[in-house]
Design a protein around this ligand. Sequence first.
Ligand code: FAD
Length: 143
Amino acid sequence: MIPNENSFCDLDPSVKDKWGIPVLRFHWKWSEHELKQAAHMEATFAMIIDAIGGKAKKPEADGAKAIEPGGSIIHEVGGAIMGADAKKSVTNQWNQCWEVPNLLLNDGSAFCSNADKNPTLTIMALAWRATDHLVEEMRKGNL
Ligand SMILES: Cc1cc2nc3c(=O)[nH]c(=O)nc-3n(C[C@H](O)[C@H](O)[C@H](O)COP(=O)(O)OP(=O)(O)OC[C@H]3O[C@@H](n4cnc5c(N)ncnc54)[C@H](O)[C@@H]3O)c2cc1C
């Protein structure tokens, strides 16, 4: 999945948690890129299964019917994306929050797109890289 303007999270204007803190509200919308991928995947699987002598179900051509609802898988990332522009992202390339330099987001939230591959090794690699940078910044007295 690539980021789109309709998928973001903000603070809920009315719902608060048990400590009176506004909760995070998610907005989610698949774009045509993801819907086309889902329809293409169904068609490809059917072609392969038929080619090897199996009997595939009729592939769903409508990507919106083929794709799972957002947030229902187990590899969701993003929500506080990394970027080069502080106006359009939450962290810089070091998982470091633009507005709070001593706050690092060393988890999946800083991902700026969602590859179909497993995210955890990349989460760990980015956390290691960000922490090396943090130590360097502290050594230089920048933090
Ligand atoms: C069943 C399953 C199988 C998976 N298999 C794979 C796989 O094979 N390969 C792969 O790469 N990924 C896999 N994943 C995905 C992987 O687990 C996640 O991508 C990864 O754990 C995300 O790391 P994270 O640090 O962003 O969040 P998490 O690992 O979810 O860590 C968030 C932590 O914050 C804690 N927390 C939440 N709220 C609060 C709070 N208010 N205060 C304090 N602590 C809080 C939670 O208890 C949790 O410990 C799988 C996930 C699931 C559910």
